[in-house]
Design a protein. Structure first.
Length: 416
């Protein structure tokens, strides 16, 4: 009896479970049917309003969650051919341009014991400017006035890495200097510039300047060649620099020593000076660049000899104002160094009469080979086009106490 009771209870429990399972399946089916019906109705309503394509009755509708919202894609930047050319020029040449810091060592009192005699060596920035990579050996070209007076020099590349540099040589007369960075990592990053020529340069051509004005590294400005054949004076000794390029590209303090580029990205000059009528050091619309043809000659000699081999006559000359006051043109010879090329050629210096105290004018140089010499700048420019050892013909006007001065051609072998 007990066994029968247990079996009967188990059978009843099994039947109850089957009934509940059937009810659950029926309820789930009704829910699915309701969802499908609601979906079809919704789709039909949307289709009636043209918000989605029609759906056939009985077709299974898959309810999909909407894709997550994403930020709208940035519209592509459309550059004009001119803009694209400028952007590419800047990107190609930026690795070739460096920031130069001129450091000067000073001795200061020990801050721990200010009353003691102990002094500490401290480096302070004396100035800064720009330079550009010349070759694969780590040589960098800049202006002489950028590094003048420096005891140490540093070069900063476009990735803000700083390297020590040494001075290879300089020509103050042409305001050109060559540095060298010997760090192997730096040399691997350097990209030498493409050196061009300014022999066929024309007024109106577009030019670009890359530099570090006011310490703002790798700044690009552009303009045109606004003049050619200008003459500026070297900031170190006042000697004339001829053949200078005039541009209206914006140049400010810190641009000195940077490259002036043509539209093909070739260096045609070194940005060196601005016209500053206000004496405030600000750009006024006119800037000057030393022509690359002059720079190439200077850099070649500095890399070969460590200095520039300059031809000399061995004379001292009078200020132009003296002959101008006499309505005369040419260069008045004040003195000739003993044994100099000029002395060996027989040039006469100016002398003072011991009895009367009057000044007796020496020879006046009027021609250098076939070039006319009206002032000292003409003589210096003519010398720049020669080398030591060249033989030239100098024409002088000599009075020698005679009523009628005579013109004498003299052969001179230029010295160094």
């Amino acid at each position: 009896a007990c066994a029968a009771l247990v079996l009967g209870g188990a059978a009843g429990l099994l039947a109850l479970r089957k009934r509940r399972s059937f009810e659950l399946q029926e309820q789930t089916g009704l829910q699915k049917l309701g969802q499908a019906t609601a979906g079809v109705l919704s789709a039909s309503i949307l289709a009636m309003h043209g918000l989605m394509p029609p759906v056939a009755y009985g077709q299974e509708l898959l309810l999909q969650t909407p894709p997550p919202k994403t930020a709208p894609a940035k519209p592509a930047i459309r550059l004009t051919p001119s803009e694209l050319s400028t952007v590419q020029l800047f990107q190609r040449n930026t690795p070739s341009v460096v920031y130069i810091t001129n450091l000067q060592s000073v001795m200061r009192a020990d801050p721990i014991s200010p009353g003691s005699l102990n002094l500490q060596r401290t480096e302070i920035p004396r100035g800064s400017g720009t330079g550009f990579v010349w070759d694969d050996s780590g040589h960098i070209v800049t202006n002489f006035h950028v590094i003048a007076g420096a005891t140490d020099l540093t070069v900063t590349t476009m990735d803000q890495a700083i390297y020590r540099a040494r001075l290879v040589g300089a020509d103050p007369d042409k305001d050109v200097a060559v540095l060298q960075v010997t760090d192997k990592d730096a040399i691997q990053k350097f990209r030498p510039v493409k050196v061009g020529s300014c022999s066929n340069l024309m007024v109106g051509q577009r030019v670009f300047a890359i530099g570090n004005p006011f310490g703002l590294d790798h700044t690009l400005t552009q303009g045109i060649v606004s003049g050619l054949g200008r003459v500026i004076n070297s900031p170190s000794d006042g000697r004339p620099i001829s053949g200078v390029i005039q541009t209206d590209a914006v140049v400010n303090p810190g641009n000195s020593g940077g490259p002036l580029l043509d539209v093909n990205g070739r260096v045609i000059g070194i940005n060196s000076a601005i016209l500053d009528p206000t004496q405030t050091g600000s750009y006024s619309g006119v800037s000057f660049a030393i022509p690359i043809d002059t720079v190439k000659g200077v850099v070649g000699q500095l890399l070969s000899f460590g200095r520039v081999l300059k031809p000399v006559l061995g004379i001292s000359v009078a200020p132009d104002s003296i002959l101008q006051s006499l309505n005369e043109k040419g260069v008045l010879v004040l003195g000739c160094a003993p044994g100099s090329p000029a002395a060996r050629a027989g040039l006469h210096p100016s002398l003072r009469d011991q009895e009367t105290g009057r000044m007796m004018l020496g020879d006046i140089i009027t021609k250098f080979d076939d070039e006319k010499v009206d002032a000292a700048d003409d003589l210096y420019s003519a010398l720049d086009r020669h080398r030591p050892g060249d033989e030239v013909t100098i024409t002088v006007v000599r009075a020698d106490g005679m009523e009628k001065p005579k013109f004498l051609p003299l052969k001179v072998v230029l010295g160094e």
